[in-house]
Design a protein around this ligand. Structure first.
Ligand code: PMP
Length: 457
C-alpha cells in the first residue's frame, strides 16, 4: 500500500461507482479508505481507528481477523477453490454446511438452497414460493405481501419485495405480484395505543390486504423479524404471533428474512425464535460467514420441500456460486466458532442486556425521543422536541450531522433518516460495550452543540 489517501481517493472517484451513492457528490467529498480490521475496530488510510458499531454492514459478527475463518478459507482454496453444484456434482463443504444448517435452524428446516447474497436468496424465495403453488395446483396464488420500509435486497425481486420508495422509483419496480402493507413502527404510527395493541393492529393490516387481494391469490408474506436497514424497527411482542395466526388461517406461506437477524443477532440463533413464529422459508446471508466471504441462501421448510422434492421435476434456478466450496468452508468455521464459544447464549444473557442498559441511559439525552433495542441491535430516534416527540425537518439531515460527529470521533454509527442505529459485533467485551456507550453519548453531545450553534435546536 504505497499510495497516499488522496491518490486512493482520486483513483476511486475516477473508476468506482459505489452502492446507494450519489456518484457526483461522493467524488466531490472523497471516500474514506478502510485498510485494516482487528477485533471490533477498523483503521482508515490516515491511521484513524474506528469502533465498528455496525459490524461492517451487519455482518462481521465474530469481529475482524479470526484465525479459524482465515485458515478454513486458505485450506479450501488450496484443496479445491471452486466446483459447482449443478449437473449432479457437489463438494464436501457444501454438504457439511447444509447438514449443519439443518441442525441449527428450527426443526421444520431440513433443506437449504445456496446463493451468493441476501438479494439472491430473496429472488430464490420468489421463485420457490410461486413454484410451490404451481405444483399445488394453485397457480393463481402468486401475490407476495411485504411491508413499506422493508429491505430485502437490490436485485429486481429483492428490491420489489423491499418497501423503499426510492428504489421503486428507479428501474420500473416493483415487479408484478408484490403488494405492500404498513410497517409495525410504533413511534410513527402507534401513538395513543399501547405497543401491544398497536402490534395487533399492525398485524391485522396483513389480514386486510389478504382480503383486498383475495385469499386465493396470496402466496406468501415476507418480513424481517426486526427491520434492519429501515432503522432497527423492533415490532411489539404481539405482532409476529398474530401474523403467524393470520398466515395459518389463510394457508399462506410465511417467510422470515433473517439476513440480519440470523445467527445470533437477536439473542437466539434466528429472529423467528426470538419473536415466536414458525416460518416456512428463511432467507440468510451476512452472519453465516460473518461477512468474510459472500454467501447466502434460503432454508426451505418441509412443507415446501416435500412438494418440491417429491413432485417437483426440475427447478430452473441456480447460481454459479450456489454452494461455493470456499464460502461454505468459511461458513462452517464461523458457525462452529459460534457454537464452541457459546456466542449466541452470551449475546442473550450478557451482552444484549448490557447494550439495552446503555441505551436506556441514553434515553435521557435531550436529542433522543425513543430508544429501541433487540439483542445486539439498537436505535436512537433523534427529535427536535423531546416532550412532544416532534421530529426535525428531514431536509436538515440531522442524522447525517450526527453520523459525521461519530466518524470524526472514532465511531461507526449509521443514520437512517434521523434514527441512529448500531449492530455491533457479537463478541464484544463488556469494557468495549462501555466504550461504545460513552462514545455514543459524546457524539450526541457534540451533535446537540452543533445543532444549537446552527439554530436548529
Ligand atoms: N435482506 C435483508 C433483511 C438485508 O438487510 C439485506 C442487506 N442489508 C438483504 C436482504 C440483501 O442482502 P445482500 O446485500 O447480501 O444482497
Amino acid at each position: 500500500m504505497t499510495r497516499t489517501t488522496a491518490q486512493w481517493q482520486a483513483a476511486d472517484a475516477a473508476h468506482h461507482l459505489h452502492p446507494f451513492t450519489d456518484f457526483k457528490s461522493l467524488s466531490a467529498k472523497g471516500t474514506r479508505v478502510i485498510v485494516r480490521g482487528d477485533g471490533i475496530y477498523v483503521w482508515d488510510s490516515e491511521g484513524h481507528r474506528l469502533l465498528d458499531a455496525m459490524s461492517g454492514l451487519w455482518c462481521v459478527n465474530v469481529g475482524y481477523g479470526r484465525r479459524e475463518l482465515i485458515d478454513a478459507a486458505t485450506k479450501q482454496l488450496e484443496t479445491l477453490p471452486f466446483y459447482n453444484s449443478f449437473f449432479q456434482t457437489t463438494t464436501p463443504p457444501a454438504i457439511e454446511l447444509a447438514e449443519l444448517l439443518a441442525e441449527i435452524t428450527p426443526p421444520q428446516f431440513k433443506h437449504v438452497f445456496f446463493g451468493g447474497s441476501g438479494s439472491e436468496g430473496n429472488d430464490t424465495v420468489v421463485r420457490l414460493v410461486r413454484r410451490y403453488w404451481d405444483l399445488m395446483g394453485q397457480p393463481k396464488r402468486d401475490v407476495i405481501i411485504s411491508r413499506h420500509n422493508a429491505y430485502h435486497g437490490s436485485t429486481m425481486a429483492g428490491a420489489s419485495l423491499g418497501g423503499m420508495s426510492g428504489m421503486h422509483q428507479q428501474g420500473g419496480l416493483p415487479i408484478p405480484g408484490i403488494e405492500h402493507i404498513q410497517q409495525p413502527f410504533w413511534f410513527e404510527q402507534g401513538r395513543g395505543h399501547t405497543r401491544d395493541e398497536f402490534g395487533l393492529t399492525a398485524a391485522r393490516w396483513l389480514e386486510a390486504k389478504i382480503r383486498e387481494v383475495g385469499p386465493d391469490r396470496v402466496a406468501a408474506f415476507i418480513g424481517e423479524p426486526v427491520q434492519g436497514a429501515g432503522g432497527v424497527i423492533v415490532p411489539p411482542d404481539t405482532y409476529w404471533p398474530e401474523v403467524q395466526r393470520i398466515c395459518d388461517q389463510y394457508g399462506i406461506l410465511l417467510v422470515s428474512d433473517e439476513v440480519i437477524c440470523g445467527f445470533g443477532r437477536t439473542g437466539q440463533w434466528f429472529g423467528c425464535e426470538t419473536f415466536g413464529f414458525r416460518p416456512d422459508l428463511m432467507t440468510f446471508a451476512k452472519g453465516v460467514t460473518s461477512g468474510y466471504i459472500p454467501l447466502g441462501g434460503v432454508m426451505v421448510g418441509e412443507r415446501l420441500a416435500r412438494v418440491l422434492i417429491d413432485e417437483g421435476g426440475e427447478f430452473n434456478h441456480g447460481y454459479t456460486y450456489s454452494g461455493h466450496p470456499v464460502a461454505c468452508a468459511v461458513a462452517l468455521a464461523n458457525l462452529r466458532l459460534l457454537q464452541r464459544e457459546g456466542v449466541v447464549e452470551r449475546v442473550r444473557e450478557e451482552l444484549a442486556p448490557h447494550l439495552a442498559w446503555h441505551f436506556e441511559q441514553l434515553a435521557d439525552h435531550p436529542l433522543v425521543g425513543e430508544v429501541q433495542t433487540c439483542g445486539m441491535m439498537a436505535a436512537l430516534q433523534l427529535v427536535k422536541d423531546k416532550a412532544t416527540s416532534e421530529v426535525f425537518d428531514p431536509t436538515l439531515e440531522v442524522g447525517m450531522v450526527c453520523r459525521a460527529h461519530c466518524f470524526g470521533n472514532g465511531l461507526v454509527m449509521r443514520a437512517v433518516g434521523d434514527r441512529m442505529i448500531v449492530a455491533p459485533p457479537l463478541v464484544m467485551s463488556i469494557a468495549q460495550l462501555d466504550e461504545m456507550g460513552a462514545l455514543i453519548r459524546q457524539c450526541l453531545d457534540l451533535t446537540l452543540a452543533d445543532l444549537r450553534s446552527r439554530g436548529w435546536f
